[in-house]
Design a protein around this ligand. Structure first.
Ligand SMILES: NC(=O)c1ccc[n+]([C@@H]2O[C@H](COP(=O)([O-])OP(=O)(O)OC[C@H]3O[C@@H](n4cnc5c(N)ncnc54)[C@H](OP(=O)(O)O)[C@@H]3O)[C@@H](O)[C@H]2O)c1
Length: 311
């Protein structure tokens, strides 16, 4: 049974994850609050992957009933927390309802609110590096993983006017693969999509080998952070001139290093999850503290964060 935090004695935002103390947000949050003029602290709540539903309910009930607990950002547990505790919320935004996940918990006018911010933040992050009109080059999009963030980035891609040649998804187990296929086919029935069960890394290598040049390859499995390793083997071969996006910016990042090893030979553009991290957190903080971020504030946060984290 989870040990809940002490009752908050000043405005507190929580970070619900797996290894929260290792996240840069713990270091950055005080600087960000100074830039935003908000007097608040952050605390981590760690839960194992696919934790007991009763633990998710206990955490949500605690935040709901503790006056100075203002809200939370949820990572990794986005689908599980939705499944276990969505009935405790008075409001769920349309994305949370549609995708059955939530990354933001906040309170407004006595209501507990849940938002799925990832469809917005993963899109903001993707647009920060993928050139406009990229899909005119005839590449595929391959998302490894079918969890909350895979759903988000895939739905963002499917809502754009121009589509990749194919949207390909692989997942380790069938349940989530079936789920994501249904959602994606509902969003854009005419899109060319393929879904692969990939219990072993060699299965993902095989799918990777079918991609066209100019593709986008995304590691949304959490392997390389939540668990060590990569969803690909070291024998994998990336397509030429691809964008390779590792969703995380910390951990062993094996997938990212596999791409970096082929960077010159294959002319790869390799991104980590840093910009995604900044957009993800700022969008949820805006909801939790009811702020309207200006571009100047976001830029100041980006600069300060890069300085503090030595990027
Ligand atoms: N930079 C950022 O700000 C940012 C933002 C969002 C997410 N992320 C990161 O992105 C990762 C994914 O997040 P999430 O919320 O989507 O996690 P999640 O819900 O745990 O989803 C991970 C999915 O990957 C699948 N998977 C695991 N190993 C695999 C493999 N070898 N091959 C294929 N599929 C595999 C899992 O399969 P099962 O169905 O079998 O469990 C699961 O469906 C996390 O590490 C998270 O920290 C980073």
């Amino acid at each position: 049974m989870i040990v809940l935090p002490e009752k908050a004695t000043k405005p507190t935002m929580y970070f619900i994850g797996v290894t929260t103390t290792k996240s840069s947000i713990m270091k950055l949050f005080p600087y960000w609050m100074e830039i935003l003029g908000v007097d608040a602290v952050i605390k981590g709540i760690d839960l194992p992957i696919h934790a007991d539903p009763e633990d998710y309910r206990a955490v949500v009930s605690f935040i709901k009933n503790d006056p100075l607990s203002m809200g939370a950002l949820v990572t990794t547990h986005k689908i599980d927390i939705f499944n276990a505790a969505s009935d405790l919320f008075e409001y769920l935004d349309p994305y949370a309802e549609m995708f059955g996940e939530m990354s933001s918990i906040s309170k407004k006018d006595g209501r507990l609110e849940g938002f799925a911010k990832d469809p917005i933040t993963s899109g903001l992050a993707l647009d920060s590096f993928l050139p406009a009109g990229w899909w005119d080059n005839g590449g595929d999009a391959f998302i490894l993983g079918a969890g909350g963030s895979a759903i988000s980035v895939g739905s963002y891609i499917l809502k754009q006017a121009k589509l990749p040649r194919r949207l390909v998804v692989s997942n380790r187990s069938q349940g989530r693969l079936t789920n994501i296929e249904k959602m994606f086919r509902d969003i854009r029935p005419e899109a060319n999509m393929e879904f692969y069960l990939a219990p072993e890394a060699v299965d993902n290598d095989r799918v990777l080998s079918t991609l066209h040049p100019n593709s986008l390859v995304i590691n949304a499995t959490g392997l390389g952070k939540d668990r060590p390793g990569s969803p690909l083997t070291d024998n994998c071969v990336f397509p030429f001139n691809a964008y390779v996006w590792e969703f995380n910016y910390r951990g062993d990042l094996r997938f990212m290093y596999q791409a970096l090893e082929q960077k010159n030979e294959k002319n790869l553009h390799v991104e980590d999850g840093w910009i995604y991290f900044l957009h993800g957190w700022t969008q949820v903080i805006a909801e939790v503290f009811h702020l309207n971020f200006t571009k100047d504030q976001f830029d100041a946060i980006e600069r300060k964060s890069a300085e503090v984290c030595g990027r």
